[in-house]
Design a protein around this ligand. Structure first.
Ligand SMILES: Nc1ncnc2c1ncn2[C@@H]1O[C@H](COP(=O)(O)OP(=O)(O)OP(=O)(O)O)[C@@H](O)[C@H]1O
Length: 610
């Protein structure tokens, strides 16, 4: 959390003093080696390293200054923050978190100290700003896998987990307000005497402090988890035993979430329990997290102590970096309106819809959400445009196809002339984005166009021509044709096949003959015949164009390019979004992602000149 450690997860361990339940005093099983600089401890020959280790002698104030105050700083910078105490029953979780009103001021826990800090700084800030900043708190518990709003008028009516955010919030203007909230909540919270703690919390409690201004709403969760002791040790039966089972379910699920995050799994099991579902926002890469593991000094609690410490060690693997996430969000926010503007300028369909809409300046989140929905629209527009392009392509492709009857040595069909189509309203979206427009280069439209090189630019994304699916009769005709002996790159073969299918379809339209009567022996597409240096050049050009086309498709297509793996494909997509598409080979070659001779290999595999 400090300058040299960008990780937002910190783990601390606090040893509890000898509790009232230990009949005799014995040496603590926890040792704090002096060389460890307050960062490691030993339990029965096992050494554990954490960000902080606090012996039983540490005061509430010292612990707060070291562990929680930096978190409050981050909270007031606008990050979601969570301080979470876990461990065996009776080890001082509620005491540390300040869930109960203290008997002496020096026993004041985290909560009142956090509030004092927040109120002091918010008041100081408000002197400079006119806009009001509101501070308020909510208090919920999760009991038997159900969330309860402890501040509501009906605290024993379970809430819907997904709606926990809509729980009762009470304003906090002073420490007295907090005391009232805690008293009300604690009165409603489920506690029960166990063999190990006369006043044991049987639920997970979450106090959330909200700081809300007109532009920001930040939440800081102070979580006091129920004791993690084994059900057997509490001496409970019946309902109480079930409580214990559910407590452990919540703890297990939080463990699973943390482990999945630490291992970098794409799917995090937030929904395994109500506790993790409610804490989902706090258990993401955008949040600052502080764990306080409370452990017992007693030998009889050794196995619980070890499992608490092991959980902490596992959580240490978590690497969250909210600063980086915030930076990425900012760059996305900076880019998104730009993309949005491009969409508007290229799509008449969207333009007309957007013209009726005014876009007010809003905070980052709103902007992102709206832009995203606009980009969704472009997907629909893309689909529509694809259909239109399919029609366009049918016309364009015919111009470049010659069907030769080998027996007769003459063309069965001369190329059709392409009549430049007047874009209708509906067509204008696709046509406006046709890269080689009539106005820019009129001569090109008149030229027969090679279908494999026709490129269409749609919302800054280059889409290759649509593939035509062969109908049944076309397939039959295709089967009659001899297989090409020359090995052409896959993309060229694909293009050739497409031209053949198209040619067959057109021929069948002209001469309705059955597949058996077809005399055609070879379908030749002119640019693909390697009969001279000029055509060699054209082939190279075609390959480059098709390679670029494929690079401008989605990740799945990118991964199909020989020599490009999933990681490179993802990086390419990121670079592409920055560049607004790849336009030439030099652009791709100059990307800083190629290692060693990777680029050369890719060129070789794709038959490109390096
Ligand atoms: N560091 C400490 N200094 C003084 N008293 C402590 C300390 N830690 C715990 N206690 C006392 O030990 C008792 C049990 O603590 P507490 O209720 O906080 O435990 P807990 O871990 O929250 O237990 P449970 O999970 O059963 O709710 C309380 O009376 C508390 O005041």
């Amino acid at each position: 959390m400090d300058g040299e450690n960008p990780n937002a997860v910190r783990i601390a361990v606090r040893e509890a003093p000898y509790s009232q339940f230990s009949g005799r005093r014995e040496p603590s099983v926890v040792q704090f080696p002096t060389r460890s600089n307050g960062k490691s401890l030993m339990v029965e020959q096992n050494e554990f390293h954490f960000d902080y280790v606090f012996p039983a002698t540490i005061s509430q104030d010292e612990m707060y200054q070291a562990l929680i105050q930096p978190l409050v700083d981050k909270f007031l910078e606008g990050y979601p923050c969570t301080a979470l105490a876990y461990g065996q029953t009776g080890t001082g979780k509620s005491y540390s978190m300040g869930m109960a009103p203290p008997d002496k001021p020096e026993h004041m826990g985290v909560l009142p100290r956090v509030l004092a800090d927040i109120l002091e700084r918010v008041t100081a800030r408000q002197e400079n700003h006119k806009n009001p900043v509101l501070v308020y708190a909510s208090f919920i518990e999760i009991y038997n896998e159900k969330p309860f709003d402890l501040l509501s008028s009906r605290p024993h009516m379970p809430m819907v987990a997904a709606r926990c955010r809509q729980c009762t919030c009470l304003p906090l203007h002073s420490q007295e307000d907090l005391q009232d909230i805690l008293e009300l909540g604690i009165r409603n919270r489920r506690v029960r005497a166990t063999n190990m703690n006369s006043n044991s919390s049987r639920s997970h409690a979450i106090v959330t402090i909200h700081v809300k201004s007109d532009t920001h709403h930040c939440r800081m969760n102070i979580v006091d988890l129920a004791g993690s002791e084994g059900v057997r040790r509490t001496g409970h039966e019946g309902v109480a035993r079930q409580e214990g089972v559910n407590i452990n379910l919540g703890l297990l699920s939080i463990n699973k979430v943390v482990m999945a995050m630490a291992a970098g799994h794409p799917l995090i099991p937030y929904r395994d329990s109500v506790l993790t579902a409610v804490l989902q926002e706090s258990l993401t890469a955008q949040a600052y997290l502080t764990f306080l593991a409370c452990i017992s000094p007693h030998r009889c609690d050794l196995s619980e102590t070890l499992s608490t410490l092991r959980f902490g060690s596992g959580a240490k693997k978590l690497r969250l970096n909210p600063l980086q996430v915030a930076r990425q969000k900012q760059s996305l926010a900076a880019r998104t309106p730009h993309v949005f503007r491009q969409v508007l300028s290229t799509s008449t369909a969207i333009k007309s819809r957007a013209a009726n809409r005014t876009i007010p300046a809003t905070p980052l989140d709103g902007e992102l959400r709206r832009s995203r929905s606009e980009l969704d629209m472009t997907t629909k527009a893309k689909k529509r445009a694809r259909k239109l392009l399919e029609q366009e392509e049918t016309t364009l492709e015919t111009s470049s196809v010659r069907i030769v009857d080998i027996d007769q040595g003459r063309d069965l069909m001369t190329p059709l002339k392409v009549e430049p189509r007047q874009p209708s309203n509906l067509h204008s979206t696709a046509m406006a984005m046709f890269e080689e427009t009539e106005s820019e280069e009129p001569s090109r439209v008149q030229q027969p166009m090679n279908p494999s090189t026709a490129r269409y630019q749609l919302f800054n994304t280059i889409i290759s021509p649509i593939r035509l699916r062969p109908s049944g009769s076309q397939r039959e005709v295709s089967r009659k044709q001899p297989t090409k002996k020359r090995t052409l790159p896959l993309l060229l073969q694909e293009s050739l096949r497409r031209s053949e299918r198209l040619a067959n379809r057109l021929r069948l339209q002209r001469e309705p003959v059955t597949a058996v009567e077809v005399k055609t022996e070879t379908v030749t597409q002119l640019p693909l015949v390697d009969d001279g240096p000029h055509n060699n050049e054209r082939m190279d050009e075609n390959r480059v164009r098709m390679f670029l086309d494929q690079l401008n498709r989605n990740v799945t297509e990118l991964k199909k390019i020989p020599g490009i793996g999933p990681k490179t494909a993802t990086s390419l997509v990121i670079y592409r979004s920055d560049l607004g598409g790849f336009h030439n080979l030099g652009e791709v070659k100059s990307l800083p992602l190629w290692r060693g001779n990777q680029w050369k290999k890719i060129c070789d595999l794709n038959h490109l000149l390096t």
